[in-house]
Each structure stands twice: as structure tokens, then as C-alpha cells.
Design a protein around this ligand. Structure first.
Ligand code: SAM
Length: 269
């Protein structure tokens, strides 16, 4: 059994635990030193695709054993991963890209690991949700992440209608094959809200397109879109006309949020 040093503390880990490790969404340089250390030090790595993660490990010169853990075998694999944890092993959980559990497998494992008393630790890093939100120039708070939009138009409209009622900035994942249709449906349900399509973030062909939902739907219509993308939809207020102070939380809530931030910094020492 391998007892790695816990990254960042220098302390030895006395019993096994589950590490939820974020990996790059395109740019290998985004892998944190702590993530590398966790992958190298784990007894085994549960990953969506052993070939995909195998390639990452070979680039890093890491030889940790890989075990496939994807949406189709999540339940079957669970007992052996839980017993590895119970036996004191350190299990690293990764997905193909970004942060596990975020539209990726892992929730079941984390939930059951916690239920059986295992220690669960995040090794945070890239995720397309936050990368898209922070380049969107749309109000970052409050925001709702909705995962992938449904592929069928009927369900997609219902999905957008529910999200529109929140009045938040909305972030969702979309397939490049459906982006024009999806933006068209979003325009029909949300109305003409400001939006952003963030494509191939952190990669060579990174592109961030801005406009209203209708403008973006028209721009993508008939285009053969490639790569991975995230859609961010701003709240109903027209972000281009409003003053900066209207773009975030309402005044009372902003003050309350700032108070909470100050308090939590004080408590954190
Ligand atoms: N767990 C990942 C994360 O934390 O971002 C997301 C996994 S989900 C299966 C894959 C989706 O994330 C893609 O279809 C796309 O919507 C989005 N995505 C992943 N990488 C991206 C990138 N480099 N640029 C834009 N969107 C990306």
C-alpha cells in the first residue's frame, strides 16, 4: 500500500482516502502541482477512459494503476472502489477533462465514500463552467449551472423556461451540433438576453462570441461548429446598457454578500 505525503502539508496520510482531482480542459499546463502529486501518489486512479487518462499519465511520467469508472459501469465498480477505500488505500478520481462530478461521473462514489466514513478531499482545478463564466463579462452572481441542455427541442424549451424564471446568469453545456438550434430556443424562451458562447477554452482555437441570444443563434445558423463549448446567458437586465452596479446582486444583497465575505475571511484567520 502506498501512503503518499499529503500535498501542501508535508504530513503523512495515515489512512486511505478519496481524492477528487481536477485535470485540464485542454491546456496541459493547467494541471496543478498538487494534482500531479495526487495522481503519482495514489494507489489507484478511477477514470472515465483508461486510454485517455493513460495518455495524460504517460506525458507526466506517472505509472499509477488505472481503473475504468464511467457512466455505464459506475454501479458495478462502486463496491471494489469502496472496499479499496475501506482497506486504507488512496483512490484518485478523475474525469476525461475538468472537474469530476460536474456533468461527469463521481457523485455516487463521493456520496457512498462519505457514507462509509472515508475521508474525501478535493484537488481543485480547471472546470469549463467557471472558465466560461469569468470570460463572459456577464454578471457572475447569482449564477446557476444547469449541465447539458436536453437534446430534444420540447424538453429543451421546458428546461429554458424553468431557468428563465430564476432571473440568474445561466451557464450550460451544449453540443456543437445543436448550438444554433439551442440558442434559437433559448432566444424564444429567455427573450433577447445578452449571451456568450465560449468555445475551446484554454486551447489553440479558443473563441468567445458575444451578442444577444438571437444574434448568436443567427451567427451559428448553418455554420459547422467544432470543438467543445459552453453557453452563458445573462440575466434579463440589458448588461450593455446597465451601470456596473446594476449588473451584480441587488444593492442590499451585495452588502450582505460583502459582509459574509469579510466574516468568513476573519474566521479563516
Ligand atoms: N467535468 C468537466 C468540467 O469540469 O468542465 C465537464 C465535462 S462535460 C462531459 C464536457 C463538456 O464541458 C463539453 O461538452 C463542453 O460543453 C464543456 N467543455 C469541456 N471543455 C471545454 C473547453 N475547453 N471549452 C469549452 N467547453 C468545454
Amino acid at each position: 500500500m502506498n501512503h503518499p505525503r499529503r500535498p501542501g502539508t508535508g504530513a503523512s496520510v495515515a489512512s486511505g482516502h478519496l481524492q477528487v482531482v481536477s485535470t485540464p480542459i485542454g491546456n496541459l499546463a493547467d494541471l496543478s502541482p498538487r494534482a500531479r502529486e495526487a495522481l503519482a501518489g495514489a494507489d489507484l486512479i478511477a477514470c472515465e477512459d483508461t486510454r485517455h487518462t493513460g495518455l495524460l499519465l504517460s506525458r507526466l511520467g506517472i505509472k499509477t494503476r488505472l481503473v475504468s469508472y464511467h457512466e455505464h459501469n459506475e454501479r458495478q465498480r462502486l463496491p471494489s472502489l469502496l472496499s479499496a477505500l475501506a482497506g486504507g488505500q488512496t483512490v484518485a478520481l478523475v474525469s476525461d477533462a475538468g472537474t469530476p462530478l460536474v456533468s461527469d461521473p463521481g457523485f455516487l462514489l463521493v456520496r457512498e465514500a462519505v457514507a462509509q466514513g472515508a475521508k474525501v478531499e478535493a484537488i481543485p482545478g480547471p472546470s469549463a463552467v467557471l472558465a466560461a463564466l469569468v470570460v463572459s463579462a456577464l454578471p457572475p452572481l447569482p449564477f446557476t449551472f444547469a449541465g447539458f441542455s436536453p437534446p430534444r427541442p420540447g424538453k429543451r424549451r421546458t428546461f429554458f423556461t424553468r431557468l428563465a424564471a430564476l432571473g440568474h446568469t445561466i451557464v450550460f453545456y451544449e453540443s456543437p451540433y445543436r448550438v444554433a438550434a439551442s440558442l434559437g430556443d433559448a432566444a424564444a424562451t429567455f427573450g433577447e438576453r445578452p449571451a456568450v458562447v465560449a468555445r475551446e477554452l484554454t486551447k489553440l482555437h479558443e473563441e468567445v462570441r458575444r451578442g444577444t441570444l438571437g444574434e448568436l443563434a443567427a451567427a451559428f445558423e448553418g455554420e459547422s461548429v467544432r470543438g467543445e463549448l459552453v453557453v452563458v446567458v445573462g440575466p434579463a437586465v440589458d448588461a450593455r446598457d446597465a451601470g456596473a452596479d446594476e449588473l451584480e446582486l441587488p444593492e442590499g444583497e451585495r452588502e450582505e454578500d460583502a459582509r459574509r465575505q469579510r466574516r468568513s475571511r476573519r474566521l479563516a484567520g
